[in-house]
Ligand binder design. Structure first.
Ligand code: PLP
Length: 328
């Protein structure tokens, strides 16, 4: 069995067990998870979905691919995640959903988003692509609304390529199963117009093996991050809100001035350093919107991510700290 089969079913069951999700539906990428999750949750052409602009483009792409309009809202400078007050200000009578992103592995403020969605009768969808096992007030991300995870190779766990939709709603889960397989649950009895976004058993087998390791890897990421936060003094280290468990998909510092020089300095001293994301999504050529999101501009100019892979040795972590602290 190479296509979707028993490995996929086992991966879904084990993912639900690990995350506390009611239902998990595996697909071929995180982007497919976002797209199918939005459609299955009821987002339709003409709707507006509020998303951050400081994220990977897939967040907004999925909204557009569902035929809806992404409405970009600002983030908080402290945790890089969607700002609840700015979301509220952008709600219109066309808004049907709010989609926070748990960016870098730090959960967005889910109590605030749940309250906003309850008050305005909106769907809550979570882009948890970067945040496997992260929690807000003790509850795992992906279980507040309809959740979507990515298993792209750079993520905290991977399956080669792959994604997962999580939901407590059996009807949404069933619709995702239909949509990923040409609208069929039973062969040649197509109920709706669907995609082919199935995960293969090969990818699921990799995902299952990774799932066994994710807790240990996350603890190692957290230990490395703790050391960075204790010992780095030359730049602004990341804030973790008291309700949050951060899983450090990225350890992202803010460099108040000359960020690009900082990246160049680290790279030329043998320390990998990435910028996620240099251009806010609303300003990319694919959206090209002339709107003003002041905090988004600040973080896009200041963010720099340090190595936080669980395979780093203590000596390598020490070298990163030394090089970062020698920058001025
Ligand atoms: C925030 C965010 N959303 C969505 C995606 C899309 O996931 P994928 O690359 O698996 O399609 C990614 C990852 O690439 C991401 O980082």
């Amino acid at each position: 069995m190479l296509a979707q089969g028993p490995e996929v079913a086992a991966f879904e069951a084990e993912f639900s067990e690990t995350t506390g999700a009611g239902h998990s539906v595996a697909v071929n990428s995180g982007t497919s998870a976002l797209l199918l999750g939005l459609i299955a949750a009821g987002v339709r052409p003409g709707d507006e979905v509020i998303v951050p602009s400081f994220t990977f483009a897939a967040t907004a792409n999925a909204v557009s691919l569902a035929g809806a309009t992404p409405v970009f809202a600002d983030v908080d400078i402290d945790d890089f995640c969607l700002a609840p007050t700015d979301v509220e200000a952008r709600i219109t009578d066309r808004t049907t959903a709010v989609m926070p992103v748990h960016l870098y592995g730090h959960p967005a403020r889910m109590d605030a988003f749940q309250a906003i969605c309850d008050e305005h009768d909106l769907l809550l969808v979570e882009d948890a692509a970067q945040a496997h096992l992260a929690t807000w007030a003790g509850q795992q991300v992906g279980t507040f609304g309809v959740g979507m995870f990515s298993f792209y190779p750079t993520k905290n766990m991977m399956s080669g390529e792959g994604g997962m939709i999580t939901t407590s709603d059996a009807e949404i889960a069933r619709m995702c199963r239909l949509l990923r397989n040409q609208g069929m649950e039973r062969r040649y009895e197509n109920e709706v117009i669907g995609f082919n976004t199935r995960m293969t058993d090969l990818h699921a087998a990799i995902g299952r093996a990774q799932l066994q390791q994710i807790r240990g890897w996350t603890e190692r990421r957290q230990a490395i991050a703790q050391r960075y936060s204790n010992e780095i003094a030359s730049v602004i280290t990341p804030t973790v809100r008291p309700e949050a468990t951060h899983v450090y998909h990225q350890y992202t510092v803010r460099v108040a001035e000359r960020r690009d020089d900082f990246v160049e300095y680290l790279t030329s001293n043998g320390v990998g350093c990435g910028v996620y994301y240099p251009t806010p999504v609303h300003r990319l050529p694919s959206f090209a919107l002339d709107i003003c999101l002041p905090n988004t501009e600040v973080v896009a100019a200041q963010a720099a991510s340090l190595p936080v892979h669980p395979g780093l040795t203590d000596a390598e972590v020490g070298t990163v700290i030394e090089v970062v602290n020698s920058w001025s």
